[in-house]
Ligand binder design. Structure first.
Ligand code: GCW
Length: 717
């Protein structure tokens, strides 16, 4: 009996230790197993000298202590002055002594206010390492980057790093509702416990801020873009203030979504017309009230006149009127307005993919300077693959920020392993040609193409109160990768995967190599088993879980999958070329030609831009029908291969995470087959052709797949 109890206790302890691993994200700080390297670290880190004593600096110091304790098993001595050699010196420029400041003068010239320096240098002819920047938050960024050097087992000899973020606003968009449900959230409920705030500060808030700071995220929009005006009432602002106070030392600013009709709903006004003096004053006063509580409040994110949300058009005004009115309200306090360009209307018969460009492009140059227009990566809606949004590069006089979706609304929720930095990178690297060759989306976003001062990248968060934050252990990599790309949109997704794996699991190359490869392939796998060759928006209604290419009964035509794939006896695909809706004309001529011409259109975007016959010859010689079917099968095979890779990792991974991923991959495999079978059976009705050799027979009938209903699928309000 006693021994049984002991076994149980042991299991419990090892389970919770392992569960904590999940919770610790990429900040595992695993012990350095390479003894030569551990010795090198210890020899170079004999003492820590700290300049400054702000909250932020204390956090930085504590982080170093935790990191060294966990990775090296010892904490270097904390010294009050630089004595001896091989110290790690941390502190911001203004807190350093004159000699060091002078010594590093040219380094400081290389960095922006948020940039950091990590450098091996000599002070009074003694070797030291310094981590510095122009303010304490920059030092904190430097500290996390320094710890990453250790986590990824790189040498700390001869360091010489000067790194600054390439965008100003690096922000998470939480689609979190006040009742703690999360729109398109698949990792539990919202982190924000509004009921217990402001008095109860959950440890999660601190851990969230720490994780974000570690990857350079400097802003968070706490509330859903489908906004509730109540967040702007004193009762809630007090709670927002409490969160802002927690996040501030980590360099994270709080932003809110502004419901355009708030002056009516909570202000007792009769209108929300942006030209009405009372409305204008209401927003000015509201801004003043917020800034009184939160002096560094970031500003508002607004979804207006989109999918039923109120906006200036309700009063015969336009997006410019609405955005500029709010911009004036926050301008005196240094706030910004992030105005979303995600608009399409059921009253517009135009191709949905054309509507945002058609509406916003003519506004170029008309927004106030503290407005930034937030554009989704593609023209429809966060599909597994979309060509880049034609607005990028097409508004030279307007700052545009990128909106990526980290939460996997259309990519298998938090059940499928999909490494999104690969998708993000593909978009950022796309060439808009708006200023000739090399005018990449990344250059639009970081402001270098048109010299914009205001720049930013937003990611719709995949975070909830699940023990592991993101539902799938590998979905943590998407949060991490988003942050890294927001800091530097030119980073390679392979580098990101490498860093993340090493910081999260292990440095063993036998583990890293295959698993990194699996991550990199995972994005194409999901495209293949869901929407190959440019197909898009063929998921089931409302919750968007699983396939629904047959859906055609929704009130708005552009909500129906049949609107997007247009499969018929003659073929499949949406003709957006000049013989169709001419959406291609929204791109620069070079890109327009590329997409418009069937010969040059990349096959991965084929059915996005063209309606082609079932017998159309693909580049590999297959007919379209056979090629499509084989792509679906390839996707399924890829998931199967991911399972094989993962099975071999057992000895490198703790048992909890190993089994979690193993089970999730099994679901992903099942669901990949479901997508393949449902889509192929449905399209086969039109093609009238047999499945080619190599494609497995469907396990169920089309009617069976059509009969599946998921009234309680998560994330759907
Ligand atoms: O992706 C779609 C989602 C909606 C979302 C909308 C948007 C917040 O299905 O849930 O609403 O886009 O981005 O505004």
């Amino acid at each position: 009996m006693a021994s049984l109890r002991f076994v149980f206790l042991f299991l419990l302890i090892s389970f919770s230790a392992s569960a904590q691993k999940d919770y610790k994200l990429w900040l595992q700080y695993n012990a350095v197993s390479n003894s030569a390297l551990a010795l090198e670290y210890k020899n170079n880190l004999k003492g820590i000298v700290v300049f400054g004593n702000s909250e932020t600096i204390k956090i930085a110091q504590k982080e170093l202590q935790t990191g060294f304790q966990d990775m090296l098993g010892t904490i270097p001595e904390i010294k009050s002055e630089i004595k001896g050699e091989n110290n790690l010196i941390i502190g911001s420029q203004s807190n350093l002594n004159v000699e060091i400041k002078n010594e590093l003068k040219s380094d400081f010239d290389k960095i922006s206010t948020e940039g950091f320096i990590i450098k091996s240098f000599s002070f009074k002819s003694k070797k030291q390492i310094i981590i510095t920047g122009k303010n304490d938050v920059a030092v904190l960024y430097g500290v996390f980057n320094f710890l990453r050097i250790l986590q990824t087992n790189k040498s700390v000899k001869n360091l010489n790093i000067a790194d600054s973020p390439k965008t100003n606003i690096r922000i998470l968009n939480h689609w979190d509702n006040l009742d703690r449900t999360v729109e398109r959230g698949y990792a539990g409920f919202s982190l924000w416990n509004w009921q217990k705030l402001p008095d109860f500060i959950d440890q999660r808030y601190l851990d969230y801020a720490r994780a974000n700071a570690s990857i350079g995220i400097n802003g968070t929009v706490l509330t859903n873009v489908n906004a509730n005006a109540l967040i702007l009432t004193p009762q809630y602002l007090e709670k927002v203030e409490a969160l802002a106070n927690v996040f501030r030392p980590y360099g994270i600013k709080v932003y809110l979504t502004a419901r355009f009709s708030a002056p009516i709903e909570i202000g007792n006004l009769k209108t929300a017309d942006p030209k009405d003096t009372q409305v204008i004053n209401w927003w000015k006063n509201k801004a003043a009230e917020i800034y009184k509580r939160i002096p560094d409040f970031g500003g508002f994110l607004v979804k207006a006149n989109s999918e039923g949300q109120p906006g200036p058009q309700n009063y015969g005004r336009d997006h410019v009127d609405g955005a500029n009115m709010l911009a004036d309200a926050v301008a005196p306090f240094g706030g910004v307005i992030m105005w979303r360009a995600f608009v399409y209307s059921e009253h517009d018969a135009n191709d949905r993919a054309k509507q945002a460009y058609a509406e916003f492009q003519p506004y170029d140059g008309k927004f106030k300077e503290n407005v930034i227009v937030q554009v989704k990566n593609g023209a429809i809606d966060f599909q597994p693959r979309e060509p880049f949004h034609p607005l990028f590069g097409a508004m030279p006089k307007t700052p545009l920020m990128m909106e990526f979706q980290i939460t996997q609304e259309y990519l298998g929720f938090s059940t499928h392993l999909v490494f999104l930095p690969k998708l993000f990178q593909e978009v950022l690297e796309s060439d808009t040609y708006q200023q000739g060759k090399g005018s990449t989306v990344a250059k639009v976003i970081d402001g270098t193409l048109y010299q914009n001062k205001l720049t930013g990248i937003a990611g719709v968060a995949n975070i909830g109160n699940d023990l592991n934050w993101t539902g799938h252990p590998f979905a943590q990599a998407n949060w991490y990768g988003f942050g890294r790309l927001a800091w530097n949109p030119y980073l390679d997704s392979e580098t990101i995967a490498d860093e993340w794996l090493k910081s999260t699991f292990s440095n063993d190359e036998n583990f890293i190599k295959p698993v990194k490869n699996m991550m990199i392939e995972s994005r194409e796998a999901v495209v293949n088993y869901m929407t190959p060759l440019g197909l898009h928006h063929i998921m089931d209604t409302g919750h968007h879980y699983g396939p629904g290419p047959w859906v055609s009964n929704l009130s708005r035509p552009e909500w129906n999958p049949t609107y997007y794939h247009k499969a018929d006896k003659n073929g499949i695909g949406f003709d957006r070329s000049k013989t169709g809706t001419n959406a291609t004309a929204q791109y620069a001529p070079e890109v327009e030609r590329l997409f418009d011409n069937l010969e040059t259109c990349p096959e991965q975007d084929l059915l996005w831009f063209h309606h082609v016959s079932w017998d159309y010859k693909l580049k590999n010689g297959q007919t379209l029908w056979n090629g499509l079917a084989l792509k679906y099968q390839e996707g399924v095979n890829q998931v199967n291969e991911m399972q094989n890779v993962w099975k071999k990792t057992e000895k490198y991974v703790d048992s909890v995470r190993f089994h979690e991923v193993e089970m999730l991959l099994e679901i992903q495999y099942k669901e990949a087959k479901w997508w393949r079978d449902a889509c192929l059976l449905y399209f086969q009705q039109f093609s009238g052709k047999e499945l080619p050799t190599g494609v497995e027979k469907p396990t169920q009938t089309l009617d069976y797949f059509k009969s599946l209903k998921f009234p309680f699928a998560p994330g759907n309000g």
